[in-house]
Design a binder for this molecule. Structure first.
Ligand code: BDP
Length: 576
């Protein structure tokens, strides 16, 4: 949901920063100002901006002064944080405003700003990783550190701004838009009960549709209708329209907008159907990771990632392993790229499945993710978790409850989770919970080292068995790949060389594209990315088809060629 009409002030730029000296009570008074240690850029992770901060995990304090022009006086001000990793607590002019847990969903706090004089905004950020964090872990490095394989960055890593509204405002907006132009929008407001709520749909400034939403109950307004003259949203043709909601009390109290797309996506008879046509997903798992910026993917790199995915003939990706920034997903909406939106529930173990409080926390994270991104045409499916220990019986009720939570919040999209098929193989107990089965395979890399013949045989056996058990569910391959250090070569292909990665990917794609029930092939990963330090990583996870600076390895050519052929209708149908 975007807001600009009544006023918005970005707070990106340099912020004062200091690590907490530690010890109980040491933080006292910091919210009234402190001596800064460094001047850091926001948005970005703190880690790579200054070498001394690379491995800092713990509490850190950020401060920023800003002045709100007198012209805004009389409006209500809100601080909007798009993402702070991991816990945030916020003070304005020494007054506590509130906090938020979770690094990859946005939050908003009402901010009693002073007008025409300096405001001091202080944010306490704590990225201490615990077994009860989402995602969980115990520290920064090695096997016993994070329970996940990507670097645990910290800081204010997504944009921050002040937004202004009147006495009534939009809390939540849920839009369903079909390929034939049918539209339904439900608006939940906060503050004073509005007099009127208007919804309109614009095509490059031209009004295609407008109407007053009817009051359904206190604070809830809905409108349903047919928008004429639209073209459906499709793969490679991300036709978006601006849906605007104007809330009036005596005058305009709030105005928000979203870019929506008219499209239908469903899973029927084991097929994925977009606007009634069968599609096959071709693409990657990605990461929001870039040198120096850390977990913030600057916009030019977002553009580069999509340009490279297009060159590689990909039509989709998964937001492994956390919901991506709005900028990234806005780009997917506009480029016509299909997205599996994954929650940051990665590394869940037995201890989590027994923990009711943890389950509730996970549900909260899922609900924040869905409320934030549900109006995006690009998002076709939700992944509730990556590689939980779903070979355990205890995982089943836990994952079932997560899946049902998602379905009750948004019944329009199918639910999946990615199975650690490499470990669980055919013994995954929870596959029945998902509408679509997602499997991650690493034979030929973590097992059967260097033996691609045996690896492919093994993957084939496991895959056939899963299909035999769930003949009516579509199967996606959400991960497979091999590490390759760019510039390392060998003939015959050996592990860690570009040739081995290219050969493994090529053989896996040939196998998967020969199976009619495999409805998606996602390579791990689009790019090399930063991980915890350990003996099994060469500074980075090297499974990218591109390097961390987005240059191609040998595998890129193989992928472009194979995906290109599949896109044109090789194997089972994709686009007509
Ligand atoms: C999978 C995980 C992914 C890892 C990948 C790997 O889902 O996060 O990065 O393995 O080891 O199990 O490269």
């Amino acid at each position: 949901m975007k807001r600009e009409r009544l006023g918005v002030m970005p707070l990106n730029g340099f912020w004062e920063f200091r690590r907490d000296p530690g010890g109980v009570g040491s933080e006292e008074g910091f919210y009234e100002g402190f001596e800064s240690e460094y001047l850091l850029a926001v948005p970005a992770s703190w880690n790579e901006q200054v070498p001394e901060l690379m491995n800092y995990m713990g509490i850190a304090w950020y401060a920023r002064r800003f002045t709100v022009p007198k012209a805004f006086e009389g409006l209500r001000a809100w601080l909007v944080f798009e993402g702070v990793n991991y816990r945030a607590e916020v003070w304005l002019n020494g007054r506590y405003l509130g906090g938020h847990e979770g690094g990859f969903t946005s939050f908003r706090l009402e901010a009693p700003v002073e007008y025409d004089s300096e405001n001091l905004l202080v944010v306490k950020v704590d990225n201490t990783l615990t077994p009860k964090s989402v995602p969980p872990g115990r520290g920064l490095h090695g096997f016993e550190g994070p329970y996940f394989d990507f670097f645990h960055y910290g800081g204010i890593h997504r944009p921050v701004r002040v937004e202004f509204t009147g006495p009534s405002w939009v809390e939540e907006l849920a839009v369903t838009a079909h390929a034939d132009g049918r539209l339904r929008a439900v608006v939940r407001t906060g503050g004073e009960e509005p007099d009127r709520v208007y919804v309109k749909v614009l095509d490059e400034g031209k009004v295609l549709y407008s109407g007053e939403a009817a009051r359904e109950e206190r604070g809830v307004y809905a409108i349903e209708g047919l928008v004429r003259g639209i073209k459906p949203w499709d793969i490679g043709r991300g036709r978006v329209y601006k849906l605007v909601v104007d809330v009036y009390t005596e005058s305009l109290a709030d105005s928000v907008y979203e870019y929506i797309g008219f499209r239908d996506f469903e899973v029927r008879s084991g097929k994925l159907l977009l606007n009634g046509r069968e599609v096959r997903l071709l693409g990657f798992g990605r990461h929001q990771d870039f040198p120096v910026f850390g977990r913030y993917l600057p916009e030019p790199v977002v553009v580069r990632d999509y340009a490279m995915m297009a060159k590689l003939n990909a039509n989709s990706f998964r937001t492994s392993h956390y919901p991506y920034s709005s900028a990234d997903l806005d780009y997917a909406d506009r480029m016509g790229v299909l997205v599996i939106l994954e929650a940051p529930l990665v590394g869940l173990r037995e201890e989590h499945f027994r923990d009711r409080e943890y389950l509730e926390k996970c549900k909260r994270v899922l609900s924040e993710m869905i409320r934030e991104h549900r109006n995006r045409p690009s998002v076709i499916m939700y992944s509730v978790a990556n590689e939980p220990q779903s070979w355990l019986d205890e995982a089943v009720p836990f994952l079932k409850e997560l899946a049902n939570t998602v379905r009750s919040l948004d019944p329009t999209r199918p639910v999946t989770f990615t199975s650690h098929a490499h470990m669980a193989g055919r013994d995954d107990k929870a596959l029945g919970v998902a509408d679509v089965i997602s499997l991650n395979f690493y034979h030929g890399w973590y097992t059967l080292h260097g033996d691609l013949e045996a690896a492919i045989r093994r993957v084939n056996e496991d895959l056939e068995e899963v299909h035999r058990r769930y003949p009516n569910k579509p199967i996606l391959i959400t991960e497979f790949g091999a590490g390759a250090v760019a510039g390392l070569h060998s003939d015959p292909p050996e592990m860690w060389t570009e040739e081995y990665q290219a050969e493994l990917i090529s053989r896996y794609i040939d196998l998967f594209s020969s199976k009619g029930y495999v409805k998606g092939i996602h390579i791990w990963n689009l790019v090399d990315f930063k991980t915890p330090q350990s003996h099994w990583r060469v500074v980075l996870n090297r499974k990218g088809v591109l390097t961390r600076t987005r240059q191609p390895k040998l595998a890129a050519r193989v992928v472009a060629e194979k995906f290109g052929r599949l896109k044109m209708g090789g194997g089972t149908a994709e686009e007509a």
